[in-house]
Write a protein that binds this ligand. Structure first.
Ligand SMILES: [Zn+2]
Length: 263
């Protein structure tokens, strides 16, 4: 059992490495289909032995071999995060009573949720790096979530999926309007609403509601600590997307426990 999980973890590291590339190229408007990765500074092609997830970053002390410029720590963080999440999904979906049980249905489930979490991970990275969340990973995936629910490829029904998407988008839209009305400032980006629509399509109305409450709560605490610690003023923009993604992750893995607490 341990070996299977380790294998999944290692494969997932490479998937995380791919998500890094997707996130980076989508905010810097490069083609996804460039064959090889290049250094972001000196443009030299990165040799394959420098392109292993996590390990290469540490071996190179976080610097490019050629120009010695620092490579973002987001690379290894996203890779490790992806590996943990994918391995956990694998465990949640396939592990029962001491065995791994694979069926066509559960494999389809697994693929659907990999798409969902991959989008969340990419959104997290682009939001952390550039305060944007490209629509391809949110709004464009919302109909896919609804379609998957129709074909029983995710845990919720098509009604829950449609309501979840509409609810996620409109509630945050309403909050943003109220916020702007009182403060005369733009507090929440359209990117966050689109992200929440996508989360709603995959997790349903209860999921998206939970995700928004948890996300706001964690975001508010982190923002307060950040502002207090760095003594920056309150107008500092803080990415909200990663907190929503975190809320969605908590809901996905622990929803059964919350049901026990509330009912
Ligand atoms: Zn370089």
């Amino acid at each position: 059992m341990f070996l299977i999980l380790l294998f999944v973890f290692l494969i997932s590291l490479f998937w995380g490495s791919f998500l890094n590339v997707v996130a980076y190229r989508s905010i810097h408007e490069r083609s996804f289909f460039e064959p090889r990765s290049k250094c972001n500074f000196c443009n030299k092609t990165i040799p394959f032995y420098d392109n292993f997830p996590v390990i290469s970053w540490f071996l190179l002390h976080g610097k490019c071999r050629f120009c010695q410029k620092y490579i973002s720590i987001l690379y290894p963080i996203i890779e490790i995060l992806t590996a943990f999440i994918l391995t956990s999904i694998f465990f949640k979906i396939f592990y029962f009573y001491g065995f791994f049980i694979f069926s066509i249905n559960s494999i389809i489930y697994f693929i659907s949720y990999i798409i969902f979490f991959s989008a969340l991970i990419v959104a997290t990275r682009t939001d952390l790096e550039a305060l944007v969340i490209p629509q391809i990973f949110t709004l464009w995936l919302t109909p896919l979530g609804i379609l998957l629910s129709h074909f029983d490829a995710i845990e919720i029904s098509i009604y829950e999926s449609v309501i979840g998407a509409a609810f996620g988008y409109s509630v945050l839209w309403l909050i943003a309007k109220i916020f702007t009305y009182f403060t005369q400032k733009e507090g929440l980006g359209v990117g966050d609403m689109e992200l929440l629509a996508m989360i709603g399509a995959f997790l349903g109305p209860i999921g998206v509601w939970f995700c928004m409450l948890t996300g706001s709560f964690l975001g508010l605490i982190t923002a307060s600590i950040y502002i207090f610690a760095t003594k920056k003023n309150t107008s500092t923009q803080i990415p909200f997307g990663p907190f929503l993604a975190l809320g969605a992750t908590i809901y996905f893995f622990f929803q059964d426990y919350f049901v026990c607490i509330f009912f």
